[in-house]
Design a protein around this ligand. Sequence first.
Ligand SMILES: [Zn+2]
Length: 67
Amino acid sequence: MLYHKFSLGDSRTLIAELYEDEIITFCPTCGKEHQLEPEEIADIINRGSDFVGTSYFCNGCYIKVVK
Ligand SMILES: [Zn+2]
C-alpha cells in the first residue's frame, strides 16, 4: 500500500491511502480533469520530470496549442 502524506499547513499531517485510479491532473487551459494512467505516471518518472512541473492538456486544448 502506498500513501499520500501532506501537511495541512499547521502542525497536523494528513495521510491518505493512494490508489492508482485516484491520481488526477487538470488541464492548465480549461481546468478539465484528467485521470492519469499508470503508463503516464511511469513516463513522468522515466523522463526525470517532476509532478509539479508536468502539465497535461485535454484533447481540445492540445489541438489549439499545436495549431
Ligand atoms: Zn483543456
